[in-house]
Design a binder for this molecule. Sequence first.
Ligand SMILES: [Fe+2]
Length: 167
Amino acid sequence: MTTTIHTPRDLFFDQLREIHSMEVQLCQSMPDLVALCTNESLRELLENHIRQIGIQIAEIAAIFERHGQSPGGDTCKVIAGLIERGTTHLEAVEVPHTRDLIVIAHCLRIEHYEMAAYEITTRLAGGLGMMREPAILGELHAEEKAMAFLLLKWDSPAATKVISPIQ
Ligand SMILES: [Fe+2]
Protein backbone atom coordinates (compact mmCIF):
# COMPACT_ATOMS: atom_id res chain seq x y z
CA MET A 1 0.00 0.00 0.00
CA THR A 2 1.33 3.44 -0.90
CA THR A 3 0.51 6.33 1.42
CA THR A 4 -0.55 9.61 -0.16
CA ILE A 5 1.74 12.48 0.79
CA HIS A 6 0.23 15.97 0.94
CA THR A 7 2.11 17.80 3.66
CA PRO A 8 5.63 17.91 5.14
CA ARG A 9 4.17 16.02 8.13
CA ASP A 10 2.99 13.24 5.78
CA LEU A 11 6.47 13.22 4.27
CA PHE A 12 8.07 12.94 7.72
CA PHE A 13 6.04 9.81 8.53
CA ASP A 14 6.65 8.41 5.05
CA GLN A 15 10.40 8.76 5.57
CA LEU A 16 10.14 7.30 9.06
CA ARG A 17 8.25 4.29 7.65
CA GLU A 18 11.12 3.74 5.21
CA ILE A 19 13.59 3.88 8.09
CA HIS A 20 11.51 1.47 10.13
CA SER A 21 11.40 -1.00 7.23
CA MET A 22 15.16 -0.61 6.71
CA GLU A 23 15.99 -1.35 10.32
CA VAL A 24 13.62 -4.34 10.50
CA GLN A 25 15.18 -5.85 7.35
CA LEU A 26 18.70 -5.23 8.65
CA CYS A 27 17.88 -6.74 12.02
CA GLN A 28 16.73 -9.89 10.19
CA SER A 29 19.61 -10.11 7.69
CA MET A 30 22.67 -9.02 9.71
CA PRO A 31 23.02 -12.28 11.66
CA ASP A 32 23.77 -13.97 8.30
CA LEU A 33 26.65 -11.52 7.77
CA VAL A 34 27.98 -12.19 11.26
CA ALA A 35 28.03 -15.90 10.46
CA LEU A 36 30.17 -15.21 7.37
CA CYS A 37 32.79 -13.04 9.13
CA THR A 38 36.09 -14.66 10.00
CA ASN A 39 37.48 -11.83 12.10
CA GLU A 40 36.37 -11.79 15.74
CA SER A 41 36.43 -8.00 16.17
CA LEU A 42 34.39 -7.47 12.99
CA ARG A 43 31.91 -10.06 14.18
CA GLU A 44 31.64 -8.28 17.57
CA LEU A 45 31.14 -4.93 15.88
CA LEU A 46 28.24 -6.32 13.83
CA GLU A 47 26.73 -8.11 16.84
CA ASN A 48 26.79 -4.85 18.83
CA HIS A 49 25.13 -3.09 15.91
CA ILE A 50 22.38 -5.73 15.75
CA ARG A 51 21.62 -5.00 19.44
CA GLN A 52 21.66 -1.28 18.66
CA ILE A 53 19.21 -1.82 15.75
CA GLY A 54 16.76 -3.52 18.13
CA ILE A 55 16.78 -0.40 20.34
CA GLN A 56 16.50 1.86 17.29
CA ILE A 57 13.39 0.00 16.11
CA ALA A 58 11.79 0.46 19.55
CA GLU A 59 12.62 4.22 19.51
CA ILE A 60 11.05 4.59 16.04
CA ALA A 61 7.97 2.59 17.04
CA ALA A 62 7.55 4.92 20.05
CA ILE A 63 7.54 7.96 17.74
CA PHE A 64 4.73 6.43 15.64
CA GLU A 65 2.78 5.64 18.80
CA ARG A 66 3.18 9.15 20.26
CA HIS A 67 1.71 10.61 17.08
CA GLY A 68 -1.08 8.07 16.65
CA GLN A 69 0.58 6.69 13.50
CA SER A 70 1.60 3.21 12.40
CA PRO A 71 4.88 1.99 10.84
CA GLY A 72 2.79 0.19 8.20
CA GLY A 73 3.89 -2.86 6.27
CA ASP A 74 5.70 -1.39 3.24
CA THR A 75 9.14 -2.79 2.42
CA CYS A 76 12.01 -0.41 1.67
CA LYS A 77 13.11 -1.85 -1.67
CA VAL A 78 16.45 -0.03 -1.66
CA ILE A 79 17.68 -1.83 1.46
CA ALA A 80 16.18 -5.10 0.19
CA GLY A 81 18.24 -4.60 -3.00
CA LEU A 82 21.42 -3.71 -1.09
CA ILE A 83 21.04 -6.79 1.11
CA GLU A 84 20.49 -9.01 -1.93
CA ARG A 85 23.48 -7.53 -3.77
CA GLY A 86 25.74 -7.96 -0.75
CA THR A 87 24.67 -11.57 -0.36
CA THR A 88 25.43 -12.29 -4.03
CA HIS A 89 28.91 -10.79 -3.62
CA LEU A 90 29.58 -12.72 -0.44
CA GLU A 91 28.53 -16.01 -1.96
CA ALA A 92 31.06 -15.50 -4.75
CA VAL A 93 34.04 -15.13 -2.39
CA GLU A 94 35.88 -18.08 -0.93
CA VAL A 95 38.94 -16.44 0.67
CA PRO A 96 37.98 -15.62 4.29
CA HIS A 97 39.84 -12.28 4.63
CA THR A 98 38.44 -11.07 1.32
CA ARG A 99 34.98 -12.03 2.53
CA ASP A 100 35.50 -9.85 5.62
CA LEU A 101 36.38 -6.95 3.34
CA ILE A 102 33.21 -7.47 1.34
CA VAL A 103 31.19 -7.47 4.58
CA ILE A 104 32.76 -4.07 5.33
CA ALA A 105 32.05 -2.72 1.83
CA HIS A 106 28.48 -3.98 2.01
CA CYS A 107 27.77 -2.59 5.50
CA LEU A 108 29.41 0.74 4.67
CA ARG A 109 26.98 1.28 1.77
CA ILE A 110 24.06 0.47 4.03
CA GLU A 111 25.26 2.78 6.82
CA HIS A 112 25.63 5.70 4.41
CA TYR A 113 22.15 5.12 3.01
CA GLU A 114 20.80 5.02 6.56
CA MET A 115 22.67 8.22 7.45
CA ALA A 116 20.99 10.05 4.55
CA ALA A 117 17.55 8.77 5.61
CA TYR A 118 18.08 9.76 9.25
CA GLU A 119 19.48 13.15 8.32
CA ILE A 120 16.50 14.26 6.22
CA THR A 121 14.02 12.82 8.72
CA THR A 122 15.74 14.60 11.63
CA ARG A 123 15.67 17.87 9.67
CA LEU A 124 11.98 17.43 8.79
CA ALA A 125 11.17 16.80 12.48
CA GLY A 126 12.98 20.04 13.37
CA GLY A 127 11.20 21.98 10.64
CA LEU A 128 7.84 20.66 11.85
CA GLY A 129 8.60 21.97 15.34
CA MET A 130 8.43 18.52 16.94
CA MET A 131 9.70 18.61 20.52
CA ARG A 132 11.51 15.32 21.14
CA GLU A 133 11.95 13.78 17.69
CA PRO A 134 14.85 15.90 16.36
CA ALA A 135 17.05 14.87 19.32
CA ILE A 136 16.01 11.20 19.18
CA LEU A 137 16.49 10.89 15.41
CA GLY A 138 19.68 12.97 15.56
CA GLU A 139 21.06 10.45 18.05
CA LEU A 140 20.15 7.53 15.76
CA HIS A 141 21.86 9.35 12.87
CA ALA A 142 24.97 9.72 15.05
CA GLU A 143 24.91 5.97 15.81
CA GLU A 144 24.90 5.12 12.09
CA LYS A 145 27.73 7.59 11.49
CA ALA A 146 29.76 6.02 14.31
CA MET A 147 29.16 2.55 12.85
CA ALA A 148 30.37 3.71 9.42
CA PHE A 149 33.51 5.08 11.08
CA LEU A 150 34.15 1.89 13.07
CA LEU A 151 33.71 -0.33 10.01
CA LEU A 152 36.86 1.22 8.55
CA LYS A 153 38.72 1.00 11.84
CA TRP A 154 38.39 -2.63 12.89
CA ASP A 155 41.68 -4.03 14.06
CA SER A 156 42.55 -6.64 11.45
CA PRO A 157 46.07 -6.39 10.00
CA ALA A 158 44.66 -7.77 6.74
CA ALA A 159 42.18 -4.91 6.49
CA THR A 160 44.50 -2.10 7.55
CA LYS A 161 46.93 -3.19 4.84
CA VAL A 162 44.38 -2.91 2.03
CA ILE A 163 41.97 -0.20 3.24
CA SER A 164 44.02 2.97 3.19
CA PRO A 165 42.87 6.40 4.40
CA ILE A 166 41.49 8.81 1.75
CA GLN A 167 44.21 11.37 1.06
FE1 LIG B 1 23.05 0.83 10.84
